[in-house]
Structures are given as C-alpha cells and as structure tokens.
Design a protein around this ligand. Structure first.
Ligand code: 5GP
Length: 114
C-alpha cells in the first residue's frame, strides 16, 4: 500500500490547505507556490490516475469535470480565460503523481512562464 498523496492528505484535513471549489468528484486548492496571480490545482478526489494520459483513457468524464471546474474558477477569479497545464512524468516537472491540472490566470502580457 502506497502512502496517500499530499493532495489526498489535504482533502482529508491531515495537512493544511483550503479547498476553494469542489464538485462530487473533484476539488481545488490554491497552489502553495503560485506561478501566476491565479494558480489553482484541480484534482480528482481519488488518486487512481497518475497523470492525464491515464485519466483520459480511464475516465474521460472525470477529465471533463476537471476542465469544467477549471473554467468555473477562471470565470470567478479571472476573466474566464485560463491556461491549463498537466505535467506528465518527472522529467516534465511532475512532482505529485496524483493527476492534477494547474489552472493559471490573470497572467500579465509577456509574463508567460514554463
Ligand atoms: P506538479 O509539479 O506535480 O505538476 O505540481 C505539484 C504542485 O503542487 C506544485 O505546483 C506545488 O507548488 C504544489 N504543492 C506541493 N505541495 C503543496 C502543498 O502542500 N499545498 C499546496 N497547496 N500545493 C502544494
């Protein structure tokens, strides 16, 4: 049995982290190290999928639910426009192997990172 991911531990209240939005199957937290004025992580409540490739093949509805919540957050906290990033693998800067979307918004012109 592997250890719960840091995101599961936040969801379970074992470590601090405010849930800023959620649906039945997905939750969102502010990134602890924001790379843009809006930087939210949108995460499935279960950690059965490591990355978006597995998620898309295994539960496309859940992926669609993540995208819908991302759009909702971008509408509420930015102008509805957003950058959606999935890192896939350690050499692509993935550090938490519980699939999550980075939702970035309110990015100043010329300040696109990564
Ligand atoms: P990855 O590199 O796996 O795509 O993204 C992991 C993200 O999780 C990083 O952007 C990192 O800042 C964020 N993160 C890591 N630990 C915590 C934490 O304890 N709380 C929050 N809110 N974000 C975290």
């Amino acid at each position: 049995m592997t250890e719960p991911s840091i995101f599961t531990r936040i969801l379970n209240g074992e470590i601090p982290g405010e849930i800023v939005a959620q649906t039945d199957r997905v939750f969102a937290i502010n990134d602890i190290n924001p790379q843009a004025p809006l930087h939210v992580l949108v995460i499935p409540k279960t950690e059965q999928f490591r990355d978006v490739t597995e998620l898309a093949a295994g539960d496309a509805d859940l992926l669609a639910e993540m995208v819908a919540l991302s759009k909702q957050i971008a509408t509420e906290r930015a102008n509805g426009e957003y950058r959606l990033i999935f890192n896939n693998g350690a050499s692509a800067a993935q550090s938490v192997f519980h699939v999550h979307a980075h939702v970035l918004g309110n990015i100043e012109e010329g300040r696109l990172v990564g």
